[in-house]
Design a protein around this ligand. Structure first.
Ligand code: FAD
Length: 465
């Protein structure tokens, strides 16, 4: 069925849904992960409801000019939540030809943002196209918040009680029982802050990048940005256009960084080691010895995994920002395959990875794929944690697949009988990473791998939907 045209498959789905291998599945979240999970589950003949708390598909890619109503840090649990962490000018950090799902090419369209590294609105439009093309919108319950997902065990049978509530209702809600749940609620909405000695008495303004939208309020300010990963680097360069000075404090810098030389188009960005402490007079001191008197500290320090609705009776938890125990980042051994998590890995090409994980879940649910026994899966998870520890890494890095993402993708491809990742995708990913490292200001518009780009487009244009 993976090779059938979607229109041909639609007519077969009704029959499949009546087969004993069809499950009633709740998918939580209609972002890039939830949409492709729904597509794979529908393709496999499952009976799907996709719950989405907002009024649109696309998740983080749906730009929201609103920010949260707490103190810009996003730490109060009861705050008014804003899901998206996109800022107005954000462009992708992956080229479109490797960013899209493998069988639904992310090609430029007439009248839209056709850039190789497009803005967020283009990605949101692509995800809408995807949802429309595969008829997924018919399966989505919009403006419906999943409030509770609880496991129910009766003998060997596992089911899930799911309570949802329409966003416009303050009371009540609806309870339904599902055979399976696929968790796709995203992991870029619950801000993680840097722990900085003295910060509670530091008098300046603090915010987390989750609540950053535009640079205007940084005009003429001295800003310290904590975190030198993708968001920290990009946002620093944007605010440096209007700020007086920007100081990036990073945990990991490459060995050839010269801390004494400013960088950036305006020569007003300095790099520093981590912060030693902040003082009541506004000073921020760095471990390397320097200090600045700053007006604003922006935490570009990432996010927590957060599943406020989930009750697995202690079978799955979050420990040091590692969701576990999970077999291959997807299945809790004792509850597999009745619950699966899609999209947890980071430092990856997410859409392709979500596509493969979703296929694995859909096929495991219909019994086409057998998983190892719960005990075997648990042993494999424990081995994985032991190897992580032996390599000097904490659990915090468990879902960081930077150096092993293609190995992981190919493992999933193998499980699901899908084609391995094409070599051109890996080459483009590596060329982009190199270009980004050497030319952080220009990598989105000047590409040494232009030939690969056009070859990829030629291949993608041949895909017959
Ligand atoms: P999300 O997009 O977050 O979707 C989760 C969905 O679940 C949302 O629609 C949300 O409303 C819904 N939801 C959550 N909780 C509930 C609930 N209780 N009930 C109902 N619905 C719920 N990736 C790239 O490939 N390229 C990039 O250039 C790139 N840049 C990025 C830049 C930033 C600033 C960020 C934050 C991320 C970036 N990413 C990028 C990663 C991006 O997160 C993934 O590409 C992908 O979109 C994640 O999809 P998701 O479905 O897992 O999560």
């Amino acid at each position: 069925r993976g090779n059938m045209k979607w229109s041909e498959m639609e007519s077969e789905n009704e029959t499949l849904r009546k087969s004993p291998s069809s499950c009633k599945v709740a998918v939580i979240g209609a972002g890039a992960a939830g949409l492709v999970a729904a597509r794979e589950l529908i393709r496999e003949g499952h009976d799907v409801i996709l719950f989405e708390q907002t009024e649109s598909v696309g998740g983080v890619w749906v730009y929201d000019p609103e920010i949260e109503d707490d103190d810009l840090l996003g730490i109060r649990k009861a705050r008014k939540r804003v899901h998206s962490s996109m800022y107005a000018s954000l462009r992708t950090n992956l080229p479109r030809e490797i960013m899209g799902y493998t069988d639904f090419p992310f090609l430029p369209k007439e009248g839209r943002d056709g850039r190789r590294f497009p803005g967020h609105a283009e990605v949101a439009a692509y995800l809408e196209d995807f949802a429309e093309f595969y008829g997924i919108l018919n399966y989505v319950q919009f403006c419906t918040v999943v409030e509770y997902v609880g496991v129910c065990k009766k003998g060997n049978k596992i089911s899930w009680n799911v309570r949802t509530r329409r966003r416009d209702e303050t009371e009540g809600g609806k309870e339904e029982v599902f055979d399976a749940v696929v968790v796709c609620n995203g992991h870029y909405s619950e801000p993680k802050l840097a722990e900085v000695p003295g910060i509670s008495k530091w008098p300046g303004v603090q915010l987390h990048s989750h609540n950053y939208r535009e640079p205007g309020s940084f005009t003429d300010k001295i800003v310290v940005v904590i975190g030198n990963a993708a968001s920290g680097e990009d946002i620093s360069r944007e605010i440096a256009r209007v700020a007086k000075e920007v100081h990036i404090s990073g945990r990991t810098w490459s060995s050839n960084v010269d801390f004494s030389e400013p960088i950036g188009d305006h020569g007003n960005i300095w790099r520093h080691t981590m912060i030693e402490c902040t003082c009541e007079d506004g000073t921020v001191k760095f471990k390397s010895g320097g200090s600045v008197s700053a007006d604003i500290i922006m935490h570009c320090t990432g996010y927590f995994y957060y599943f406020p609705f989930l009750d697995t009776q202690g079978e799955v938890g979050v420990d040091d920002n590692c969701v576990g125990p999970l077999y291959q980042h997807v299945f809790p051994p004792s509850l597999a395959p009745s619950i699966g998590f899609v999209g947890l890995p980071w430092k990856v090409v997410p859409f392709q990875l979500c596509e493969l994980q979703s296929r694995w879940i859909a096929m495991a649910l219909s019994g086409k794929i057998s998983l190892p026994s719960p005990q075997e899966m648990m042993n494999l998870v424990q081995d994985f944690y032991a190897k992580l520890e032996a390599s000097g890494k904490t659990k915090r890095l468990a879902h960081n697949l930077a150096t092993s993402q293609y190995e992981y993708d190919n493992w999933l491809s193998d499980q699901t009988g899908s084609a391995p990742v094409e070599t051109w995708r890996i080459k483009i990913y590596e060329a982009t990473s190199r270009n980004k490292r050497h030319n952080p200001e220009t990598y989105r518009d000047v590409w040494p791998d232009e030939d690969l780009h056009y070859q990829a487009f030629a291949l993608l244009e041949q895909i017959d939907l």
